[in-house]
Design a protein around this ligand. Structure first.
Ligand code: GTP
Ligand code: MG
Length: 950
């Protein structure tokens, strides 16, 4: 019969008083409010007897008891009021924390760690942590708290080499085992000092409870059958016919047992039966003791695939773990070899950033080199180490066909070595990856969505996570290994595609979808393909899946005709890679364009990558000429678009309703993007439209540069409008100089041609640019102060309007921010740091100019009945380029000698002029020249001097 609560409390206190500790604790554990007794008892006895002494029974302190029974209050009281050691140990070096974990006393566990700073990783004599205790008793909550909230390392083993799974399995704690496996942090195949894996250990210790053992065995099998963490992705790239497929086949043959007698090796040790002219991408799984486990992608060297390949590689190499073999045919002329190396490094750098490590360069066809070509290999090697020192590239000249050469062994060794970092990185690969990969293989599908996969897992008997986020994480890991292709859709995770059988998928659609071999011009000549074409060409695949995959890879864009009811079949896909290669003959000649702008690669070995070119055409087409198409599936509307817009491999040309004609193209060497615009100068509408288009197109180009090749150093230039294309008259002006001239209000800009130093007036180079005549005060406010809601003063507005006349002037008062956004739409420079930098650099100078401007704003000066209006002079400093303007300005002034004195010219110099030239007019001209040649000539100094004369 149970005793009433009061009686137990009394018996407990009596036992304490009689120093019968054992009995006291038995009663204490039965009390409903143990903390009350502990507090009361100690309060009475603390003076004479130490609590630790009283409450240590068989080496267990009262704190241990409190932890075991989950008495957080007692625990806190003992520690804070009676100074008990929170990390007191018993004879096995177990602390109260270990007790709390072992018995799942969650409140006390948290209290000990968070409030009393106990070390959650403290060890017992057997090197057990709190985690080991929790695993051995199946306390899932304690495991979860210690791993997830306290970041405890669950991979530690005890003195017998047991990990947490050994302990969970021995106790048949299935939930704990499942949780531990799901963390992916503990190896289910780890063996203890008796060579036992957790499942075997469980078998030897359990009493016929096999549930946990079965679970672990399943994981072990998955891992054994799919050693995914040892896989590395290798991309083999290079020009057509370089020897890529040959090299891949040699590696594959070497991975076979008894490859000496392999049917594809000829008597002289050369590989035979290589499939020539690879189409698209051919993945190959190679497993050998020589190179480890690799997914090798043999890429076609055909240029038309380079774009789609880079998109696939970009997706696959996001984690930066892939290796690259570049095959270069070194039997070609050295210039051709160099060109190939530049091209492919450029390709890799723009795809993976400049930090590409470990590129292996196989210099194929070494056997074809003549004796006197010996220096060629060393020249190539020198070139690589000079141009790409950061790439750690290894160059191996070889005959790719030889199955037994020392070079192929060297390549294999290098591959193995280079794959180690990526393998090491994945040692901690989530063990669920193995199980998931096994599961994916078992469902025998080519592809599915993440949502479908989650449902399949949910209805299976496997212990896999089927939460979408967890699944996405696992799939991404498998994708990095090249075992599947996971195309994550951030906006709707459920609809992300999982390509389970890449090989099958690529074999079926690769050649056709990523670069169609057959003529599509009957469908459209601007890269538009109706989804119905995809449907009929690939009847076995879902058109939604195909278009989605291509869209995700940015190989094409789905054109949405803004019709919510439209099914995918009514839609159209735009493939930049499908546009015809040839430049149309009907384009306007160069000198018809009033605006010609270039973005050029500065470094000779760099050029815009194919991705950039494709995306340029894609983005511009969708933003401008194709923007308005409503229904693209009907051939009639496709033809209508085709009439207004032409596209080819390197460019796009279109006309607008405002008589604006735009041509954007890349030069054939891919080092120069040009934007040319033609408009109707008699139509204000056309001029306005041109201004807007110009700024928007250039913004788009800069965005693409950032996205696809930000490491490329580029320079920006303008050509004089309507110039002919012959080299004698061909002058281009660096944008930097133009901006400097605009900001400092200098009129002329120096041509950047190395040939000459042609000075051209700014307003002749850049037509209809609002910034050209913008007063500096407004320029400063727009670029440096931004977004002020202050109204522009009437005087400034007058000046502003003068500079914006006639097309985009304001009719009434404006705030700075409205002016800013208005100019932004029409200027070539808004939002551009280049202007900001120049303004910052010359801020003080510009401020002085503005002060001068203010001073002189309203004060024309009259001398002998003639008015000298400062508005007739250019602002700021003057030099010899202003000679004619000044001569005209001072046309009616007679007293040149006096003016010279006021302009601070030397008396002696003026006398010399008088002596040498005598005629008044001539002397005045010489004086002006002398003044302009000096360093102080400016509008303000001239106006000051005239003021003195008046
Ligand atoms: N002499 C010699 N011939 C080679 C060497 N490497 C490849 N070849 C030959 O060059 C031809 C083209 O080789 P492939 O391996 O098909 O070239 P690829 O780089 O795969 O070409 P694509 O798939 O078209 O991009 C084959 O006939 C090979 O036998 C080499 O090192 N020496
Ligand atoms: Mg090939």
């Amino acid at each position: 019969m149970t005793k009433p609560a009061e009686e137990i409390e009394k018996l407990c206190i009596d036992a304490f008083n009689n120093k019968d500790k054992k009995q006291a604790l038995i009663y204490l554990e039965q009390c409903s409010e143990p903390s009350k007794i502990v507090t009361n008892f100690f309060r009475r006895t603390a003076d004479c007897v130490g609590p630790r002494d009283i409450l240590t029974i068989s080496n267990v302190s009262l704190l241990h008891i409190a932890a075991k029974n989950n008495w957080p209050d007692v625990t806190s009281t003992l520690i804070t009021e009676y100074h008990c050691n929170p990390e007191a140990i018993n004879n096995r070096k177990s602390t109260p924390l270990h007790y709390a974990a072992r018995y799942g006393s969650m409140e006390t566990l948290k209290c000990l760690i968070t409030k009393h700073n106990c070390n959650p990783m403290s060890l017992t004599r057997n090197k057990w942590t709190a985690l080991h205790w929790a695993a051995s008793t199946g306390q899932v909550n304690a495991l979860r708290y210690l791993i997830e909230d306290c970041n405890c390392d669950p991979s530690l083993c005890d003195t017998k080499g047991h990990n947490l799974l050994h302990l969970a399995c021995a106790g048949n704690h299935i939930e704990a085992a499942r949780y531990l496996l799901q963390t992916g942090l503990i190896d289910p195949a780890f063996t203890c000092i008796w060579d036992c894996r957790p499942s075997e250990w469980g078998q030897s210790t359990s009493n016929g409870n096999t549930e946990t053992i079965e679970l672990l065995k399943y994981y072990e099998e998955c891992r054994m059958n799919s050693p995914i963490d040892t896989y590395t992705q290798v991309f083999v790239l290079g020009n057509k016919g370089a020897g890529k497929s040959t090299l891949v086949k040699v590696l594959k043959i070497r991975s076979e047992a008894n490859y000496d007698s392999y049917p594809s090796v000829s008597e002289d040790g050369n590989v035979t039966n290589v499939m020539l002219n690879t189409i698209g991408i051919v993945p190959e799984n190679i497993t050998s003791s020589e190179i480890g486990n690799m997914t090798v992608y043999d890429l076609s060297g055909d240029a038309e695939y380079h774009f789609s390949h880079s998109m696939i590689m970009k997706t696959a190499t996001k984690a930066g773990l892939a290796l690259f073999i570049l095959v270069v045919d070194i039997s070609q002329h050295i210039q051709a070899v160099k060109k190939q190396i530049y091209y492919w490094f450029n390709y890799l750098c723009t795809m993976c950033g400049t930090e590409i490590l470990n590129v292996l360069i196989a210099g194929s066809h070494r056997d074809v080199l003549r004796d006197n070509d010996d220096d060629k290999a060393s020249a190539i090697e020198a070139l690589i180490s000079k141009e790409y020192p950061q790439s750690k590239a290894t160059f191996i000249p070889m005959d790719c066909r030889k199955v037994h050469s020392t070079e192929i062994i060297k390549i294999s060794q290098k591959l193995l070595l280079n794959s180690l970092p990526s393998i090491q990185k994945s040692v901690n690969a989530n063990y669920n990856c193995h199980a998931l990969y096994s599961f994916l293989k078992s469902i025998q599908k080519c592809y599915c969505t993440l949502g479908q996969l989650s449902t399949m897992i949910g209805t299976s008997d496997k212990f896999l996570p089927h939460d979408e986020n967890d699944l996405a994480e696992l799939l991404a890991k498998l994708s990095v290994k090249g075992l599947i292709l996971f195309l994550k859709k951030e906006s709707n995770l459920c609809d992300s595609w999982v390509i389970i059988n890449i090989k099958h998928f690529l074999n079926e659609v690769n050649g056709l979808l990523f670069s169609p071999k057959h003529d599509l011009s009957s469908i459209s000549n601007i890269g538009l393909v109706p989804v119905s074409w995809i449907k009929s060409t690939f009847p076995e695949h879902s058109p939604l899946m195909l278009s989605d995959i291509l869209h995700t890879l940015e190989v094409c864009q789905v054109i949405d005709n803004n019709n919510a009811d439209a099914s995918i079949s009514d839609k159209c896909l735009f493939f930049p890679s499908f546009v015809p290669p040839g430049r149309p003959n009907s384009l306007p000649p160069h000198n018809e364009f009033g605006f010609v702008w270039h973005l050029e690669c500065i470094h000779y070995s760099q050029f815009f990558p194919t991705q950039f070119c494709h995306m340029l055409i894609l983005r511009l087409a969708l933003k401008f000429p194709l923007k308005s198409i409503k229904s693209c599936s009907s051939p009639v509307s496709l033809q209508a678009v085709s009439r207004r817009c032409q596209m080819w491999k390197f460019g796009i040309h279109w006309k607008t309703d405002d008589y604006v004609e735009i041509l954007v193209e890349l030069s054939e060497d891919m080092q120069d993007v040009r934007v040319k615009i033609k408009w109707n100068e008699d139509s204000p509408q056309s001029i306005k439209a041109m201004m807007k288009l110009r700024s928007s197109i250039i913004k788009t180009i800069f965005c693409l540069h950032q996205e696809y090749c930000s490491s490329l150093e580029v320079g920006e230039f303008l050509e004089a409008p309507h110039a002919s294309w012959d080299s004698a008259n061909h002058h281009q002006f660096a944008m930097q100089d133009i901006v400097r001239s605009i900001c400092l209000k200098k009129e002329g800009v120096l041509s950047s041609d190395t040939m000459g130093s042609k000075v051209e007036r700014l307003d002749k180079i850049l037509l209809h640019e609002p910034l050209v005549n913008l007063p500096q005060s407004i320029l400063l406010k727009i670029f440096l102060c931004c977004n002020t809601d202050l109204l522009i003063e009437p005087d400034l507005l007058k000046q502003l309007n003068q500079s914006l006349m006639p097309h985009i002037a304001f009719t009434r008062q404006q705030t700075f921010s409205t002016v800013q956004s208005h100019i932004e739409k029409h200027s070539l420079f808004c939002e551009r740091t280049i202007v900001q930098t120049v303004l910052e650099e010359h801020k003080e100078e510009i401020k002085l100019n503005i002060e001068e401007e203010q001073l002189l704003l309203d004060s024309p000066i009259k001398i002998s009945g003639i008015t000298y209006d400062p508005d007739d002079l250019p602002n700021g400093p003057l030099d010899s380029s202003h000679f004619l303007i000044i001569v005209k300005f001072l046309k009616n002034l007679n007293d040149w000698f006096e003016l010279g004195i006021r302009l601070d010219l030397k008396h002696a110099s003026l006398l010399k002029i008088e002596n040498d030239f005598r005629r008044q007019e001539r002397c005045k001209i010489e004086m002006i020249q002398l003044w302009l040649d000096g360093s102080d000539a400016s509008k303000s100094s001239l106006m000051e001097a005239l003021k003195d004369l008046a």
